[in-house]
Design a protein around this ligand. Sequence first.
Ligand code: 8YV
Length: 327
Amino acid sequence: PTSKPLVVVTRKLPEAIETRMAELFRVRLNEDDQPFSREDLVRAMAEADVLVPTVTDRLDAAVLAQAGPQLRLIANFGTGVDHIDVGTAHQRGITVTNTPDVLTEDTADMTMALILAVPRRLVEGERLLHSGGWTGWSPTHMLGHRIWGKRLGIVGMGRIGQAVARRARGFGMAIHYHNRRPVHPDIEAELEATYWESLDQMLARMDVISVHCPHTPATYHLLSARRLKLLQRHAYVVNTARGEVIDETALVRMLSAGDLAGAGLDVFERAPAVNPKLLGMDNVVAIPHMGSATIEGRIDMGEKVIVNIKAFADGHRPPDRVLPNLM
Ligand code: 8YV
């Protein structure tokens, strides 16, 4: 490659990352951080050699059909690629990369925060204090449930699922998981994790369920209305993966009816729209897609994007290629 590629970045990224990108490539940055409209995306398709999108950009087949022959790489800022039609991109000869590993620990931390916050009524207690409603300690006031000794069922035992399992073990939880296949026996032994081939059977026996699979056609509404009904009434549901993995309407219905103990949600089916019923429930902690939101993590993600673009521009295979058959 003789000239620097034109890199179009759809959202404002950390300063250090944008500076480094500008040194290495020709860049078009988005300084005011307004999300790209469909028209903006289509325009970028026609100009960019490399597109750096985020979770807020829908790169479906129709948008990808507008890609000019110069567009060769979509270097996603983020790990989940469910907003990108990876199959169509590949058919058009466009490589897709993501940013795995660097947000694993941060997302697992936030998951653990939700696993603690909901049963222990952390946010509810804080709200009470802020509202001036606390009249004093009492032995029966604000009692939650302990997580120590309880069963955690992890749905999707990839990098983040395993990082959550490691933490939860430190909190005295028993680790159970469902995955397409069991993890390596060494990891299973280290985590003292129990594999459930049947998701249905696992759901029926857990105290807390935490979702860590990607959103794919195969996992859309994996926690369907029917499966949610298998959960015990005292069970909690935590989701830091993707809203689409859970039938949110069914979840809300069950929470409203008292058929579930509570939920900790970082992601929503129609984000940024959140079902208002969820926001009115004391036993729901809802946060705005903050799982990986650390300053350090965003810089690491940006560095990974740069490594992938550089490798590609230098004619090498980028380290974090996403292949359609793995989706
Ligand atoms: C990011 C995420 O905030 O990486 C992911 O899949 O959901 C988040 O960590 C987001 O994707 C940035 O594009």
